[in-house]
Each structure stands twice: as structure tokens, then as C-alpha cells.
Design a protein around this ligand. Structure first.
Ligand SMILES: Nc1ncnc2c1ncn2[C@@H]1O[C@H](COP(=O)(O)OP(=O)(O)OP(=O)(O)O)[C@@H](O)[C@H]1O
Ligand SMILES: [Mg+2]
Length: 449
């Protein structure tokens, strides 16, 4: 269940504070301040969602207080509470960032309504930040394919640990499906309707890492033109995926450790502590334990993350999954393109089964997509995959002629690529006539130059 939203009521009149409390206490956590000083104190020490702020206070002008509160924490939506004669001031408050104003006296329903709308707006702001973050990444919702016993064990592990909040460390070579697994854990967890936020440690330059992760308030440093939520805040109540965690520098390792332990942090340039409820899943394609033993990765951070370790096997160690994955990707391509289904010839399949797949499932997925696209008929044959790295697999099932052809096709396409498709130039380098080149490249699916 969602925790209750917190409302801070700032009013110097005891009677008004009490009536707000009566109206709000069933639905919300209510904090009350009778002057500006108390309001500042309460906002500094609590996570507040909405502030009901009286414009006339004994110790400070309501507008000044509004600015002070916004500087401490710009997150809460502020609703000004005012008498008819102060409407001008209320309008100025809106310009200073207040959400709305309410004119005294008011009905109970109106108060609840306006607070609910403010909360909804807050929610939307976070959702937009999250969607922006997600849109930068293309990831169709996807199944995890695999029947190898190692994969079956992993599926079981995923559904068990999805229930818990413990950190997960997913390790495996590049392209083995680490992000896929992380998303699956999130999607099966009670957090599934909350954000899954990727913190890409390798892609974010270390100088920007802190501001990306922790966020900052307007004016926190030169160039901080507006308050920006960090990824941790966006991930609140959801899951943060720390991708390529091995690339984090030592300073960030220490800072992140603190967040994972304390579940709190500060935005850059601020002192207010923000509490978060985030589940952490980290991924690495290097052996973190080895890095730790070499002193390149903090031991305490390693043990914090390694509560549930998941080791994804490389594709070459679960070859019986290759045909399953191929069928799955062929099917996906047919659906996506609206074209007729295609399949690989027996010989092509044999090459794919023997290949080592250093880029694992990602490499296989790319190969299927590319060969599906360039092959005209329903059968993808050896020549259609020969231009890919799999050519290097040197299948032991090929006749000499097939092997020579495979090499020839591969070499021709490499030369063509090096001269950017200029056939005349390629023919010169290869020492053959242009017409010969033309006939030899007929199967490559290249455009005529
Ligand atoms: N078992 C699987 N079933 C279906 N698709 C898979 C599987 N494993 C990986 N994929 C697909 O392969 C691609 C790579 O997977 P993913 O991005 O999860 O790998 P990764 O381990 O995070 O790689 P890297 O270390 O390079 O970031 C994705 O398109 C993913 O959907
Ligand atoms: Mg990845």
C-alpha cells in the first residue's frame, strides 16, 4: 500500500490549525507549524508533499517564507491560504511558484480536493521525469527465452527474489541478458507499477555522475538553471538498475554505498536529507569479486550488492537454447516487418550452432535481424549469413567449396565496405572484372552501384 502523503499546515491561529487537522488527519500525515521558523524546521527534517501556507504570519511575510521554503525543498506543492483582502498577494505567490490559493473560509471538500489535485500534479511531474528517462532507451517488453537447466534455475531464482527487497548482482558476459533479467525481477516484484530507472555507470561521464544520480536544486552550481530530480529520486518506491557498476569510480562507489545503506541522500548543493525507498539491482560484465580482490572495487559495496547473486551463462555454454532463440527472433522479425516467416537452412543452422557467440544473445539477435532483412526468399542460407562474423566459425561441416565461397563472400563484402560500396574500386583491389564482381555479389543483397 502507498504510504500516506504528508501535509504541512502553517498557520498562526490555533483554531485554524485544529480544524485543518480534523479534516485531514484520516487521509494524510499532518504536520503543524505556527510560524515561519517552525515551518522551516519541519520542512528541513521531514519529507513533505503539500504545504498549506497562511499568507499572514507573525514572524515573516508569507511570500518571503514561500521563497525560503522553495529554496529548502522545491518538491512540495504550496497552497496559499488567504483572506479575500489579500488576493493580490496570493496571485503574486503563484508567480513565485505556489500551486494554488484558497480563500478563507472554505468547505472541507474544497480543501481535500485542492490537496488531491496538488498531489496528482506532483505525481505527474515525477512520472514525466521517469518517462523521459525511459524514452531514451528502446526496450520492447520481452520474454526471456531458455530451456537450458542453468536458465531454468535462473528463472526460479528470479521469481523467488522478486518478492524481496534485497539487492541483486547480475553478472555475465556482454549480451547475455543482464538488463532483461533486471527488468524481469522488477516486473515480477510488488514494485512493478513504480519506475525502473537505469543508471548507466559506463555511459555517464564521472563528472556528471553525481548530478545525474543525486539531482540538484536550481543555483546549486553554475549551469544549474533549474531544479532537477536525480535518478534516485525518480526511482523512489521502484527499482534502480546500476548498469556496468564495475566502471564506477571510487568516490562514487563510496557515495552509492551510503545511499544503499542509509536509504537517504542529499541533492547537490543542499543539506536537506531525502529519504528514498529503492530496490537496487546492479550488473557487471566483469568479475566483481576479482576486481574487489585486486582492490579496484570496494569490498563493503560488493557485499552490499551481492545479497542475491545471479550468474548468466554465456550462450556457448547453453547451445541448445540457440535454436529456440533463433525461432523466437525470426518470429519477432516476421511480425515486426509484416513479411512472410523465414527459416535458416540446415547448413546455416549448423554454422550458427558451432559459432562461439562472443557477443552472446545480442549478437545472435542482430544476426537474425540482419539476415532476415537481406534474404529475399523464405530460406536464409549460408551465403546470407556469411558476411557476418559467424563466417569465422569455420564450420567443420562445410565442403571445401562452401568454405571457399563463404570466405570469398565475406572478403568481398569487407572490401566493398572499405571503399564505401564503390564497385569499380573494389573490383580493382580484388583484381577481378566488374562484371565478375557483380555476379559474385548478387547474393549479398546489395544495391547496384
Ligand atoms: N534469454 C533471452 N531471451 C530473449 N532475448 C534475450 C535473452 N537474453 C538476451 N536477450 C536480448 O539480447 C539483447 C541483449 O540483452 P541485455 O541488454 O539484457 O544484455 P546485457 O547482458 O545487459 O548486455 P551488456 O553487458 O552488453 O549490456 C537484448 O535485446 C535482449 O532482449
Ligand atoms: Mg546491459
Amino acid at each position: 500500500m502507498d504510504k500516506k502523503a504528508t501535509i504541512l499546515v502553517v498557520d498562526d491561529e490555533h483554531g485554524i490549525r485544529q480544524s485543518f487537522n480534523m479534516v485531514l488527519k484520516d487521509q494524510f500525515n499532518v504536520l503543524m507549524a505556527e510560524n515561519g521558523k517552525e515551518a522551516i524546521h519541519l520542512l528541513t527534517t521531514n519529507s513533505v508533499d503539500v504545504i498549506l501556507l497562511d499568507i499572514l504570519l507573525p514572524d515573516i511575510n508569507g511570500l518571503d517564507l514561500l521563497e525560503k521554503l522553495k529554496a529548502i525543498d522545491p518538491n512540495p506543492e504550496v497552497i496559499m491560504v488567504t483572506a479575500v483582502k489579500e488576493i493580490q498577494t496570493a496571485v503574486r505567490a503563484i508567480k513565485l511558484g505556489a500551486y494554488e490559493y484558497m480563500i478563507k473560509p472554505f468547505l472541507v471538500e474544497d480543501v481535500i480536493n485542492i490537496i488531491e489535485r496538488a498531489l496528482e500534479k506532483k505525481h505527474l511531474v515525477r512520472e514525466v521525469a521517469y518517462l523521459k528517462n525511459e524514452l531514451q532507451r528502446y526496450h520492447p517488453f520481452q520474454e526471456i527465452i531458455g530451456e537450458d537447466q542453468k536458465m531454468k534455475d535462473i528463472f526460479e531464482l528470479i521469481s523467488t527474489i522478486a518478492e524481496s527487497d534485497g539487492a541483486v548482482l547480475v553478472q555475465g558476459e556482454s549480451g547475455t541478458g543482464k538488463e532483461l533479467v533486471a527488468r524481469a525481477i522488477h516486473n515480477l516484484s510488488p514494485r512493478k507499477n513504480q519506475p525502473f530507472v537505469v543508471i548507466s555507470c559506463a555511459a555517464i561521464p564521472s563528472t556528471l555522475m553525481e548530478s545525474e544520480v543525486f539531482g540538484y536544486n536550481k543555483g546549486a552550481f553554475t549551469g544549474a538553471v533549474r531544479t532537477t530530480l536525480g535518478k534516485l529520486e525518480i526511482a523512489d518506491k521502484g527499482t534502480a538498475f546500476l548498469d556496468d557498476i564495475d566502471t564506477l569510480d571510487v568516490t562514487m562507489q563510496a557515495k552509492l554505498l551510503r545511499v544503499i545503506q542509509e536509504k537517504e541522500f542529499q541533492r547537490l548543493g543542499t543539506t536537506k536529507v531525502i529519504r528514498i525507498d529503492v530496490r537496487f539491482i546492479a550488473a557487471s560484465n566483469k568479475d566483481l569479486k576479482e576486481l574487489m580482490e585486486k582492490g579496484e572495487f570496494r569490498e563493503d559495496l560488493f557485499y552490499r550488492l551481492n545479497v542475491f547473486p545471479i550468474e548468466l551463462p554465456p550462450l556457448r555454454e547453453r547451445k541448445k537454447d540457440i535454436p529456440l532463440l533463433i525461432d523466437y527472433f525470426l518470429d519477432m522479425n516476421a511480425k515486426k516487418s509484416g513479411k512472410q516467416p523465414k527459416r535458416f537452412s540446415k547448413k546455416a543452422m549448423r554454422i550458427l550452432m558451432e559459432y562461439d557467440w562472443p557477443g552472446n544473445v545480442r549478437e545472435l539477435q542482430n544476426l537474425v535481424e540482419r539476415s532476415f532483412t537481406i534474404t529475399k526468399g523464405p530460406v536464409i542460407d549460408v551465403k546470407d549469413i556469411a558476411t557476418f562474423d559467424t563466417g569465422k566459425a569455420r564450420s567443420k561441416n562445410m565442403t571445401l567449396k562452401e568454405a571457399v565461397n563463404t570466405f570469398e563472400q565475406q572478403y568481398i563484402s569487407e572490401v566493398l565496405e572499405s571503399v564505401e560500396g564503390n564497385r569499380k574500386e573494389a573490383a580493382r583491389i580484388l583484381g577481378i572484372h566488374r562484371n565478375t564482381l557483380l555476379s559474385k555479389t548478387a547474393g549479398l543483397g546489395l544495391k547496384k552501384a
